[in-house]
Design a protein around this ligand. Structure first.
Ligand SMILES: C[S@@+](CC[C@H](N)C(=O)[O-])C[C@H]1O[C@@H](n2cnc3c(N)ncnc32)[C@H](O)[C@@H]1O
Length: 211
């Protein structure tokens, strides 16, 4: 997702206390940033933020960080937070390729990947957030009990992700090819893309992986 350039987006993000700046100094510091020891969950490629905001609302005992590479998209998420009164949500504007520069070993308790860009061309395979190079990064930053939870309606990307997780030695704890019509749907929080594609009748796939 790339929205047309939003005028003043960068300045708006710099001025917003929910958006963490100078992220390369923050490795190992995230508990201090939140000011507590609650576990930290991240969503990579959060888009306009519906999922992470709802997760933060429902789970005040956990901390959440939404990660998005485009400032023009992140501002839309920030706008949604106007009425949010919790203290358990922050945002980062970055490309997740350098995620291990921002989070320390085992600093994260869970990773959500929702409707990640498919990058269908073979020459772009390394950009897919479920490419094995990303599973290796997740292996570093995720604590040993942590899980990666990935949802998509894109079957080729889902099949690719199952193979890549296995190749990177992750264990698939749960796999659903039609999440919304399965018992595992209980408690599922919908993303913007999930609402859009499921309303078109597309089945939603989900995998949960651990080590
Ligand atoms: C298809 S959208 C899905 C948005 C949202 N997760 C949802 O389900 O509605 C994918 C988002 O991931 C972001 N993204 C893709 N690759 C990324 C990366 N390497 N680092 C950070 N964000 C990324 C894109 O900019 C886009 O906003």
């Amino acid at each position: 997702m790339r929205l047309r350039n939003v005028k003043g987006a960068k300045e708006m993000l710099e001025a917003n206390p929910l958006v963490i700046q100078d992220i390369n100094d923050k490795k190992g510091q995230w508990k201090d940033i939140f000011g507590n020891n609650k576990p930290i969950y991240i969503e990579i490629g959060m888009g306009k933020g519906q999922f992470i905001l709802e997760m933060a609302r429902r789970n005040p005992d956990k901390n959440f960080i939404g990660i998005e590479k485009y400032s023009s998209v992140l501002v839309r998420a920030i706008e949604k937070c106007e009425d949010f009164t919790g203290d358990n949500l922050r945002f980062i504007c970055m490309n997740a390729e350098s995620i291990t520069d921002v989070f320390d070993t085992h600093e994260v308790s869970g990773i959500y990947l929702n409707f990640s860009d498919p990058w269908p061309k073979e020459r772009h395979i390394k950009r897919r957030l479920t490419y094995r190079g990303f599973w290796e990064r997740y292996n570093q930053i995720l604590n040993p009990e942590g899980q990666v939870i990935f949802k998509t309606d894109n079957r080729p990307l889902f099949d690719f992700s199952l193979e890549e997780a296995a190749a990177a030695h992750w264990t698939l704890e749960d796999v659903s090819f039609d999440l919304h019509n399965s018992p595992q749907a209980e408690g599922n929080v919908m993303t913007e893309y999930e609402a859009k594609f499921s309303s078109l009748g597309n089945p939603i796939h989900r995998l949960i992986a651990s080590r």
